[in-house]
Design a protein around this ligand. Sequence first.
Ligand SMILES: CC(C)(COP(=O)(O)OP(=O)(O)OC[C@H]1O[C@@H](n2cnc3c(N)ncnc32)[C@H](O)[C@@H]1OP(=O)(O)O)[C@@H](O)C(=O)NCCC(=O)NCCS
Length: 187
Amino acid sequence: MSEQESTLTVGSFGEAPSPVVLRPIADRDEGFLRDLYASTRRAELSVVPWSPEAKRAFCDSQYTAQDLYYRATYPHARFDVVELGGARVGRLLVDLGAEEAHVLDITIAEAMRSRGLGTMLMLWVLDVARRRRVGVRLNVDLSSPAQRLYERLGFRAVAADAIRVDMRWEPWAVDEPCRPSTCAAGR
Ligand SMILES: CC(C)(COP(=O)(O)OP(=O)(O)OC[C@H]1O[C@@H](n2cnc3c(N)ncnc32)[C@H](O)[C@@H]1OP(=O)(O)O)[C@@H](O)C(=O)NCCC(=O)NCCS
C-alpha cells in the first residue's frame, strides 16, 4: 500500500482522549469537505452582497478548482480527512517529498478550532520531516491568524507578496518545537 493510501493514527486528543486519525479522502467525504471549505471563506464572503446560493456556488467552484489543481500538481501528496474518535473534524493535505514536506492545506472544522488539534497535526508533520531531515514549507494569507500558530512551531517567513506569505521550517534550525502537551497548554 502506498503512503497516500494508508490510514495513520497521529495520537490521541481531548479530555477523554480519542484517537486522531488521518484517513485518505473517499467519495463519501465530498459533502463534508465542501462544507469545510465553505467555512474557510465565510468571513470574507459575509461582506459580499450575494445570495446564500450564489456564495455556495462560488465556494463549490473554488473547492473543485483547488482540488483539481492539488491532485494534478501534487500526485504523491497525502489527501486526508482528519478524524477524531471516528468523527470527521478536518482535512490535512501534505506532500511528504524526499527533498521537503509541503503543507498544502490544513483545516479544522469551526466547532473544533482553537483547542490544540491543528498544533497536534502540525507537530506530526514536523516529526515526520525531522526524521527525514527535510524542511517544511507552507503558504498562508498575510491576514490569517494561522501565522501565529506556524511561528510558534518555528516556521519563519521567507517570502511574501501583498496577499500571501511563504513560511518555512528547517529541521536543523529549531532546537525542539513544543510537544502537544506543552504547546496546547502553554501558548
Ligand atoms: C489554522 C487551523 C488549522 C489551526 O487549527 P486549530 O486547531 O484551530 O489550532 P490550535 O488550536 O492548535 O492553535 C490555535 C491557533 O490556530 C490559529 N487559528 C485559530 N483560529 C483560526 C482561524 N479561524 N483561522 C486561521 N487560524 C486560526 C491561531 O494561530 C491560533 O493561535 P492564537 O490562539 O494565538 O490565535 C484552524 O484554525 C483552521 O482550520 N482555520 C481555518 C482554515 C485556515 O486558516 N487554515 C490554514 C491555511 S494555511
